[in-house]
Design a protein around this ligand. Sequence first.
Ligand SMILES: Nc1ncnc2c1ncn2[C@@H]1O[C@H](COP(=O)(O)OP(=O)(O)OP(=O)(O)O)[C@@H](O)[C@H]1O
Ligand SMILES: NC(=O)c1ccc[n+]([C@@H]2O[C@H](COP(=O)(O)O)[C@@H](O)[C@H]2O)c1
Length: 288
Amino acid sequence: MASFRALRSRYTSLLKQFIASNKEFEVLATISASNAPPPARTLYVLDSSFNPPTCAHLRIASSALLEQSEPGSRLLLLLATQNADKPSKPASFEDRLAMMELFAHDVRSHLATVKLSQTGTAVTEDGPTIDIAVTKKPYFMDKAAAIEASGIYQEHLEQVHLTGFDTLIRIFDPKYYPPNHDLQPLGPLFSRHRLRVTLRPSDAWGSLNEQEEFIASIARGDRENEGGRREWAQKIQLVEGRKPGAPSVSSTRAREASQSAPDDLDWLVPDNVRQFLRSEELYTSKTS
Ligand SMILES: Nc1ncnc2c1ncn2[C@@H]1O[C@H](COP(=O)(O)OP(=O)(O)OP(=O)(O)O)[C@@H](O)[C@H]1O
Ligand SMILES: NC(=O)c1ccc[n+]([C@@H]2O[C@H](COP(=O)(O)O)[C@@H](O)[C@H]2O)c1
């Protein structure tokens, strides 16, 4: 693995080229054990601010990859240079891209550990190929279209977007879709792709039952008056998140821990990311 400084400076120049280009989506790096990875059968896309990548992101990505029994699944870690709501804040995009690459190694070693514990033998296969990519598009339907239009992956490849429940609510919020402010623009996303949504019970997003009811209500056709189709519910897979009683993990919490409770980083962020945060003093009072 490259030194932190080399990693950051590589992404600084790649990012500069991407921002100056007219591209909407670009893969900046590919982490793979082989130079010619097999063609992907399913593309799992984890779009995030990666500010920083956390153990929740690790669980979301690795549980999806572990569920796929056929070889050739590929994971795309996607950073949007424009967010639908939030203004940019620390860390810089180049630091986040560096952390995405470190996180990719965390995902690969986590999967190798899980497979070792399941089979009792070291894994001989290569593990998933992981792409580190950027997009200028803040909305999921446009991210999916930009990935398709890039021509990087084979035609008709199904994308499975990995999100949390809070993000699903925002995908179904018509306020994001001018000029009509209805859900019709989501049609192409659901006709070709899927969502794998991790439940995130909390005061803000409701209980488990309320989160399950959100999908049931789409399936009953309750959103058809807004242009949302009932069959889309079949393209939304709900999966369990943290175990009841386990502490909730978020990037916000990891940023706060960097400032005031650095030991909590042990369970908030995966190993390689944690080393980077400590060494570069990200989110401490010196840098934020
Ligand atoms: N603990 C979690 N449980 C379920 N989904 C999560 C969790 N953490 C993040 N996600 C999902 O992962 C995706 C990317 O997350 P994001 O970068 O917004 O992280 P975050 O922890 O919510 O960030 P922040 O705390 O900075 O708002 C989103 O779709 C989000 O819903
Ligand atoms: N309607 C949508 O497609 C929609 C709405 C809100 C956020 N997003 C995106 O979700 C991702 C995660 O956003 P947050 O970091 O704000 O949780 C970002 O890329 C953001 O732009 C998409």
